[in-house]
Design a protein around this ligand. Structure first.
Ligand code: PLP
Length: 457
């Protein structure tokens, strides 16, 4: 059979609220043309993020009832620990309320003034936690990784020559840890090959530097390896994931992605002394070591989610359904980052709206238009998020690319929801010449994309 279907049926439904275009025009204006300011009930298809938006299974909801809320030694903790050890082989599990709390603990210990922490591409919370510690976060993505049209199997890979060059320039003493993010979220969810993971680990270990994975989307990455890397076609995704973790000394994880839960995360590692220090911080900032930042029922659902995310029928449907959206948009002529990544499709808004200069935020204009057209909420990843305007001179430095991300929540939307999104984007694309730019009327000093207000030009 050629048709790939959702590998589940629906037991509990959540109604969507339909709005008219004139209602959406008013809602958007009241929100200052910032989709973060819109009430979720006014959104029809919410593709803002895939983080914490997964639908849990009946088994996970059953686990929520079975969760053990004991302060110390909770059975649910031990079930999660067993799953994490089985999956990663790491000896110590430090549960946190989400991924960034694991990062905070890790970089509190290994970061600090004068330190440098390399990654293929740091996710923004990872970069922020490193910088808050006083250390420097360095991205080592090869130039091809930034090219939206080049088709390559593993565009998330770390540039290993650049990694070696960084080591010779600064010396291993300044690099307390190497990170590698799988899949590479900040680079359109592109996967990292097993070869790249293995070689990055080898280089790191040759210099006695611990090697950690940012494992938020480890299962999606493992599935891409199965599909694309020679020699892995006959190996189970579970074994591929185990091999990925076998090269690492630890990982940070957000359960809100491939944990298939709405809240949760962990730090897992082998080093006894590092684990001891991490637990000391954990009890002060998150909670006792056997619950960290989570309720017993969260730990329980997380343990089940880590099992379900490795089911190959699920991963086949997951990766295929994101690719389906990308392929159909490409067929319509819509410029999208190639090839489709694991959790999202990124529209190249600069190419979609070539008549709008970067300083008039084509990504934000497009995101607003998708909301007006069909109640679709997407996320600008361009000059609103990463561009900079000098407050005194007014000089404008644009982002590298003007993107709009359509992130796909896990197990939430059906094929007809996605068909609706394709139709809506096709309609906007046909009318693209009528779309105008946007300007910022009010912005906070940092992370302006969350709260800035805009006005159409
Ligand atoms: C989401 C994410 C994080 C942070 O996790 P939170 O649970 O949102 O705190 C870190 N790294 C990557 C790659 C992520 O996608």
């Amino acid at each position: 059979m050629k048709t790939i279907i959702e590998p589940f049926r629906i037991k509990s439904v959540e109604p969507l609220r339909f709005t008219s275009r004139s209602e959406r025009t008013q809602i958007l204006q009241a929100a200052g043309y910032n989709l973060f300011n819109i009430h979720a009930d006014d959104v029809l298809i919410d593709l803002l993020t895939d983080s914490g938006t997964s639908a849990m299974s009946a088994r996970q909801w059953g686990g929520m009832i079975e969760g053990d809320e004991s302060y110390a030694g909770s059975r649910s903790y031990h079930q999660l620990e067993e799953k994490v050890t089985e999956l990663t082989g790491f000896r110590h599990l430090i549960p946190t309320h989400q991924g960034r709390a694991a990062e905070k603990i890790l970089f509190n210990i290994v970061g600090g003034q004068g330190k440098i922490i390399p990654n293929n591409t740091h996710f923004d919370t990872t970069r922020a936690n490193i910088e808050v510690s006083g250390a420097e976060a360095v991205d080592l993505l090869p130039p091809a990784g930034f090219d939206p049209v080049a088709v390559d199997a593993f565009k998330g890979n770390m540039d290993l020559e650049a990694f070696e060059a960084l080591l010779s320039k600064h010396g291993a003493e300044r690099i307390p840890i190497t990170m590698l993010t799988v899949t590479n979220n900040s680079n359109a969810g592109q996967p990292v090959s097993m070869e790249n993971i293995r070689r990055a680990a080898e280089i790191s270990h040759r210099h006695n530097i611990p090697f950690f994975l940012d494992a938020c989307r480890f299962a999606e990455n493992a599935y891409f390896i199965k599909l694309r890397e020679p020699g892995y076609q006959k190996i189970t995704v579970r074994e591929i994931a185990a091999e990925m973790f076998s090269y690492a000394d630890g990982c940070t994880m957000s359960g809100k992605k491939d944990g298939l839960v709405n809240m949760g995360g962990f730090l897992a590692l082998n080093d006894e002394e590092l684990a001891r220090q991490a637990r000391n911080i954990l009890v002060v900032t998150e909670g006792f070591p056997t619950y960290g930042g989570l309720a017993g029922h969260d730990l329980q659902a997380f343990a089940i989610g880590l099992d379900e995310v490795l089911e190959e029928d699920y991963l086949k449907y997951r990766i295929r359904s994101v690719t389906y959206l990308g392929e159909h948009l490409t067929e319509l002529g819509v410029p999208v980052f190639q090839p489709p990544g694991g959790h999202a499709i990124y529209i190249d808004a600069g190419a979609f709206l070539p008549h709008i200069p970067a300083r008039q935020f084509p990504g934000q204009s497009l995101a607003c238009e998708l909301y007006l057209c069909g109640g679709i909420r997407s996320c600008e990843i361009g000059s609103v998020m990463f561009g900079k305007t000098d407050p005194t001179t007014g000089d404008f430095a644009p982002a590298r690319l003007e993107m709009v991300r359509l992130a796909i929540p896990r197990r939430v939307y059906t094929k007809s929801h996605i068909d609706y999104v394709i139709e809506c984007i096709g309609d906007v694309y046909r009318r693209r010449n009528e779309i105008s730019g946007i300007r910022i009327v009010q912005e906070p000093p940092i992370l302006r994309h969350f709260t800035a207000r805009f006005s159409p030009l």
